[in-house]
Every structure is written in structure tokens, then in C-alpha cells.
Ligand binder design. Structure first.
Ligand SMILES: Nc1ncnc2c1ncn2[C@@H]1O[C@H](COP(=O)(O)OP(=O)(O)OP(=O)(O)O)[C@@H](O)[C@H]1O
Length: 235
């Protein structure tokens, strides 16, 4: 589904991503882990077009995305839920969710996707007309994820979805990701501080260090191999 080769990107003269290589098969949940500042968030930003890579290649479902405008990336199936979530506080839950499907030509399916999100996230259904700023942290997280899902993405880039959430809500969100993966073949790149919970839900583990991918292995191997854990994850 996603192939990244030699990706270089950053914010100024010095690159943060030095040459990222990565292959994620369709229907995989990949946990991207690594020390603070390793470049995990920057990787998601470079993939979703929030920052422009200065070199390298990103191929999504066989299509080279170099030079593709951001709105086209969304049409090609990429959805990014950034850290901090990006919910629009002045809009209602319903308006926020509809934004996720605004670009879609198939209006009937956009409406179906909206109904599915309300089914998945029952608290959102109850608060349809509440404004973004009236929601709890967990509800805002559901809303950001729901908005991405209304666009029926093929690749979901999730940055720290568990940040500030109660463990119960985190567990629910992780279970939901697996369910979506099983049901729709969704591919997920999940950046998480909570390495244990990320590796518990993921199929693949991707360890970043100093702007590079230093290990890509089945998540179970990263969980169970003490030497690998000690060397790269510090536990
Ligand atoms: N907007 C920005 N402008 C300039 N430098 C930035 C910006 N965002 C991040 N950086 C720098 O890029 C480097 C990588 O940051 P990034 O957020 O990608 O790392 P991370 O692995 O996601 O770490 P964390 O877990 O702390 O979020 C850091 O040195 C950081 O200071």
C-alpha cells in the first residue's frame, strides 16, 4: 500500500528526515515508535503533504505521489489526524464530520460513511449539534478520527491518538482500528508515545532514530525480543 524511499524532509536548512525507507502492506497497522525528536511526527507531515519533502519518493497503492497537491492526496485515500486533533471548535460535531467528506463526489456514500461514524461513536451521535469546544478530550479525539473516516481513507496517519485520553477510551480506539482494518482493509500508520499499547495493537513495528527507520519488524517480534527492545525502545 505504502512505499517510501529515501524520504528527506524538515523545517529549515537541516533535514529532520534524513532518508526514510519504509514499506507497509495494505491492511497493516504499523506502529511508528522511537525517542522524542526521532522524526515520527515529521514523517506523517511529510506523507500527508503538510511539509514538502526535498528528496525521495512516496508511492501509495502503486501511484507515485511526488508533487501531488494536498487535496489530491486526500482524494487518493490519505487521511491525517494530527496531534492536537484539529477539530474546529466553532463548528458543530455534525459540521466537523461533514467536512471530512466535502470533497467526495459520491454524496450517497459520504452520507453512509457519516452514519457509520455515528454508529461507531455513539457519544458523537448524542452530541451532533454540540460545538467542538463543548466536547471532552475523548470526544474530540473521536471526532477527529471520525472526520478522517468519513472520507473513507485507504491510509490513515494517526499522531498520538491516545494523548490525554482515559485508558478505557484508548483501548476502545485501538480496538476500533483493528476492526476497521479487518472490515475495510484500512492501512494505518500509528505514532504513539505509549510504545507498549501501540505494539499491542499493531501488526508491524517501525522504530525511528535520528530521522531514519532503524528497525521494521513484526510488532510481536519487537514486543518479545528483549535485546531489540533494550537496544531501541529502552524497556
Ligand atoms: N514546526 C517545526 N519547526 C522546526 N522544527 C521542528 C518543528 N517540528 C518539529 N521540529 C523538530 O524536528 C525534530 C523531529 O521532531 P518530530 O516532532 O518529528 O519528532 P517525534 O519523533 O515526533 O518526537 P515527539 O515524540 O517528541 O513528538 C525535532 O528536533 C523537532 O525539534
Amino acid at each position: 500500500m505504502l512505499v517510501v524511499r529515501g524520504l528527506v524532509a524538515g523545517y529549515g536548512a537541516a533535514p529532520v528526515l534524513r532518508a526514510v525507507d519504509l514499506t507497509i502492506p495494505a491492511g497493516t497497522i504499523a506502529a511508528v515508535v522511537g525517542a522524542n525528536g526521532a522524526g515520527k511526527t515529521t514523517l506523517l507531515r511529510a506523507l500527508s503533504g503538510m511539509i514538502r519533502p526535498s528528496a525521495g519518493q512516496v508511492v501509495l497503492a502503486g501511484e507515485d505521489l511526488r508533487g501531488t497537491p494536498v487535496e489530491q492526496l486526500v482524494r487518493r485515500g490519505m487521511a491525517h489526524v494530527p496531534e492536537g486533533r484539529g477539530v474546529i471548535s466553532e463548528l458543530t460535531v455534525d459540521e466537523n464530520l461533514r467536512l471530512g467528506g466535502l470533497w467526495r463526489r459520491d454524496r450517497a456514500d459520504a452520507d453512509r460513511a457519516l452514519d457509520e461514524v455515528y454508529e461507531l461513536f455513539e457519544p458523537l451521535a448524542r452530541r451532533r449539534r454540540h460545538l467542538g469546544h463543548q466536547l471532552s478530550g475523548g470526544e474530540r479525539q473521536m471526532l477527529a478520527l471520525g472526520r478522517a473516516l468519513v472520507g473513507r481513507p485507504r491510509l490513515l496517519l494517526l499522531d498520538e491518538p491516545s494523548l490525554g485520553l482515559a485508558p478505557r477510551v484508548v483501548a476502545r480506539t485501538m480496538a476500533l482500528l483493528r476492526q476497521l482494518r479487518d472490515r475495510t482493509g484500512l492501512t494505518v500508520l500509528l505514532v504513539e508515545q505509549n510504545v507498549r499499547s501501540a505494539l499491542a495493537v499493531a501488526d508491524q513495528g517501525v522504530v525511528m532514530s535520528l530521522g531514519r527507520v532503524v528497525v521494521a519488524a513484526p510488532a510481536a517480534r519487537l514486543r518479545d525480543d528483549v535485546d531489540l527492545r533494550h537496544a531501541y525502545l529502552g524497556f
